[in-house]
Design a protein around this ligand. Sequence first.
Ligand SMILES: [Zn+2]
Length: 68
Amino acid sequence: MSSDDPALEQGETGDETKQFLVKCESCSFERSTDGREEATRLGNVHHRETGHEIVAVEVPPSVDPEPE
Ligand SMILES: [Zn+2]
């Protein structure tokens, strides 16, 4: 029984299925991607083309609002 495992957050697996929002600090470029690798790749492409700095923000999976 491990339904109450506090170490769950520290798992290093699952990055490939996480959603990332790639945003540019210098223009309105914004793109959502699946996986950190794709986010990094997109950021590199935009940086190479424009020299802009890119930030990748992890998008948490949509959670249902807690019922009262
Ligand atoms: Zn840009």
